[in-house]
Write a protein that binds this ligand. Structure first.
Ligand code: ACO
Length: 380
């Protein structure tokens, strides 16, 4: 932890900024708890819509509640014309920037954009969570020179997204893989974007503003991460027989192997374990890039063996980035869109934190330590 001369923590490291019932990261135990459930209980077993309900309402939905939530979200998936105009105007911008710009327009068709009542917050949570994938899909198609597709209300959240990107109903295994990925990244303690959303909500600002700010925070490479380098590594390695010499050379050059090790998780990254199971299940699906998938499994095995030799006992395990890159690439999604796709999952968590912060109704306003000059005089 970095501290100032007076002993205060820089960057709020180790400072508890909020109380939450939503999620917690137990780094030493390698556990992520979401509203009382270990991640492994939920991912692949409860759908995105079910876990969104869990975060927003505090309990998994029964059949009636799930049907109602799914229908409400499906109904508002379509984008207002002005939002689609912004997506077109941002067709050359990175997908995460297009998402941020388009998200900001989502208050335009609200009856009262500044209504921050509990009911309005829930309605906005459903609307924004339903629409971010529509924005991401529209941007993917427009930037590839294609026309965007209208969402289909008869498909679940993840399946509809893949339909809107590829123009065909996805293989059920592929749809489940994306659903599981989104559940896996839905909430992760007091990360920077979640904190940003809570700070904005604490001023009694609206849900659209809070989520737009959170997207801005997620965009930075220190947060949204860079699954891209994992793909670059796999492309450079090219074939399984080249993995060992390539990885050994990286370590000999003093470089780190992308997709391995973690700052908080010192035992294992539970998200990587979940996504590794998804990757296994996907072996049965019609994948866009089967060769890369098989290569990645071989590279992983070799990297784990070599890293244990390189840093014995340091437990450098596969992290979430490795499998995120693999799963999303295998679904035929473009690497430059991975951060935006992360946002499409995390948005349910951001919205839940806004609702929770609203109940707290306490302005987040930390102190700073002044280190500038004092007593300066105007020389006039
Ligand atoms: N490859 C090679 N060596 C490594 C790696 C790696 N991937 N990760 C850690 N090490 C080495 C460190 O250099 C350190 O060696 P030292 O003690 O001789 O200095 C030792 O292993 C222990 O590392 P830690 O200090 O425990 O790791 P740290 O917390 O500093 O870093 C990090 C964590 C940044 C994730 C690191 O493991 C890394 O750079 N990994 C590769 C990049 C990556 O995959 N990033 C995505 C992380 S997932 C996420 O943030 C969402």
């Amino acid at each position: 932890m970095t501290t100032t001369p007076s002993g205060a923590s820089v960057g709020l490291d180790q400072v508890v900024a909020a109380r939450t019932r939503l999620s917690h990261v137990y780094g030493q135990a390698g556990q992520l708890v979401i509203a009382g459930y270990a991640l492994e209980e939920l991912a692949g077993r409860a759908s995105f819509e079910e876990v969104a309900h869990l975060l927003w309402k505090g309990a998994l939905p029964d059949r009636t509640e799930l049907g109602a939530l799914s229908a409400q979200m499906a109904k508002v998936r379509g984008l207002p014309a002005v939002t689609l105009d912004v997506v077109r105007a941002a067709s050359k911008a990175p997908p995460i920037d297009a998402l941020r710009m388009a998200c900001a327009t989502l208050s335009l068709d609200l009856a009262d954009p500044n209504d921050i009542s509990r009911e309005a917050d829930f309605a906005s949570a459903r609307m924004i969570t339903a629409r971010l994938p529509t924005i991401a899909a529209a941007h993917a198609r427009i930037s590839a020179g294609k026309e965007p597709l209208a969402p289909r209300a008869d498909l679940p959240h993840a399946a509809n997204f893949l339909y809107m990107v590829h123009g065909r109903e996805p293989d059920p295994i592929a749809a489940k893989a994306l659903d599981t990925y989104w559940v896996t990244v839905m909430d992760h303690g007091m990360n920077a974007s979640t904190f940003a959303a809570r700070v904005i909500a604490s001023t009694r600002s609206d849900m659209v503003s809070a989520v737009t700010g959170a997207i801005g925070a997620l965009k930075g490479p220190l947060h949204g991460g860079a699954p891209g380098p994992v793909l670059d590594m796999l492309m450079e390695i090219g074939s399984a027989d080249k993995a060992e010499p390539w990885l050994r050379n990286e370590l000999a050059q003093g470089r780190r192997i992308m997709g391995f090790g973690h700052r908080i998780y010192k035992v294992r990254d539970p998200r990587a374990e979940v996504l590794s199971r998804v990757a296994l299940e996907m072996q049965g699906a019609q994948l866009e890039n089967r060769h890369l998938f098989d290569l990645a499994r071989e590279v992983e095995k070799t990297a784990l063996r070599i890293l244990e030799e390189h840093k014995p006992g340091r437990n450098l395990k596969t992290n979430v980035e490795f499998y995120t890159a693999l799963v999303l690439q295998s679904l035929g999604l473009q690497p430059q869109s991975f951060v935006a796709l992360f946002a499409c999952g995390r948005v349910a968590g951001w919205a839940a934190h806004v609702i929770e912060q609203r109940a707290e109704d306490h302005l987040i306003r930390p102190q700073s330590e002044y280190i500038g000059p004092k007593g300066l005089k105007l020389e006039r």
